[in-house]
Design a protein around this ligand. Structure first.
Ligand code: KG4
Ligand code: ZN
Length: 332
């Protein structure tokens, strides 16, 4: 018997659904909400409303792209948290409704665990144990992954996430939200000639609030001297900010690899799309004999394929949820 699972992800500002069959992704559809761009950040109330608008057309498109009918499915998987409560509730409500009407079992998935497991969707895959750095707009985590259900959180951010550091400093430069991909492109044409602080907390935690403040004061001073400073030096400023963020992340990965001897390294989450980070990691992998892994781009940012993939393994273990589960804003 083949196993078919519908994955649903609505934890933040992307509505996504995916169909998986026997561990293979047949479709992964993502509706990104544009409305937040004009506010320069995610507005939770808008996020929930846009999920409500998207969810039914998204469901039909996802099934159609996978040439699937609802009566072929074995389970419905949904993100339980962490995330915005109003957003999570849209996906969860839809999943519970489908389950009630079809009798299919429900599987709940932790969004952060799913980002880690996104590294295993395609070949080449890291083997256990591997170090995972999850870097997204909401989270920055360093983990040792020993198995599907065996992840040890080693460090995380004490303030902003790495993606937020890109987005908030990019906003100061007048870049559109989310600024990360824009900064990536501009940085590729610049040089890191300006110096911003590289915070290095004891042990394995990260802090990104310092760079935001430092960029703010740096720009204030430079703009007083020359009102066109940003437009004249935009590429170099972006390259310098990106350089600092990458250093802060990789110092910890290197420390953990040195200390544990683990040389299988995976990078997940939206910021793993950053080309500067990938270049630097590729350099390190040659120097330090690391094997470095990234998910496909469509599995880096928020997506339901990673939810369905975790759910497939939970299905094999008969790890089902009862219908009374609730959304969890925090879920470590
Ligand atoms: O994983 P994700 O889609 O959503 C969250 O769970 O947060 O990550 C979104 C974050 C945003 O902060 C965005 O600016 C950042 O990932 N991002 C990037 C790049 N692409 C996305 N940051 C730097 N360089 C990129 N190429
Ligand atoms: Zn995410």
């Amino acid at each position: 018997m083949s196993i078919k699972i519908l994955g649903i992800e609505t934890s933040c500002d992307d509505s996504s659904m995916s169909v998986l069959e026997d561990g293979k992704i047949l479709s992964n559809v993502i509706y990104s909400q544009k409305i937040h761009e004009k506010y320069g950040g995610v507005v939770p109330e808008w996020a929930s409303r846009k999920h409500v608008e998207a969810i039914v057309p998204l469901f039909h498109e996802t099934l159609e792209r996978a040439s699937s009918n609802l009566d072929q499915f074995n389970a419905i998987a949904v993100t339980q948290g962490p995330g915005l409560i109003g957003s999570l509730m849209v996906g969860i409500g839809f999943a519970k409704g489908l389950s009630l009407s079809t009798g299919l079992p429900l599987i709940t998935v932790n969004h952060l665990e799913a980002h880690v497991i996104s590294l295993l969707i395609d070949e080449p895959r890291p083997s256990f144990p591997f170090i995972c750095l999850t870097v997204s707009g909401g989270h920055t985590q360093l983990l040792i992954v020993r198995g599907f259900n065996d992840m040890e959180l080693i460090g995380s951010t004490i303030d902003d996430a790495a993606g937020e550091a890109f987005d908030k400093t990019g906003k100061l430069l007048g870049l559109p939200y989310p600024a990360g991909p824009h900064m990536d492109k501009l940085a590729a044409q610049g040089k890191p000639v300006f110096t911003f602080p590289i915070s290095n907390l004891p042990e394995y935690n990260f802090s990104f609030s310092g760079i935001k403040t430092s960029v703010l004061y740096f720009l204030k001073k430079k703009l007083e001297e020359d009102p066109y400073f940003i437009s004249k030096h935009l590429n170099d400023i972006c390259a310098s900010i990106q350089h600092s963020i990458i250093e802060m992340l990789l110092i910890k990965v290197k420390k953990l690899s040195d200390e544990t001897g683990i040389t299988q390294i995976g990078i997940a989450g939206g910021v793993s799309a950053n080309s500067g980070l990938r270049n630097k990691l590729n350099e390190l992998s040659v120097k330090l004999k690391w094997d470095v892994y990234y998910p496909q781009l469509q599995y880096c940012t928020d997506n339901a394929a990673m939810i369905a993939y975790v759910a497939y393994h939970k299905f094999l273990q008969k790890d089902f949820a009862t219908a009374d589960f609730e959304a969890k804003a925090r879920f470590l």
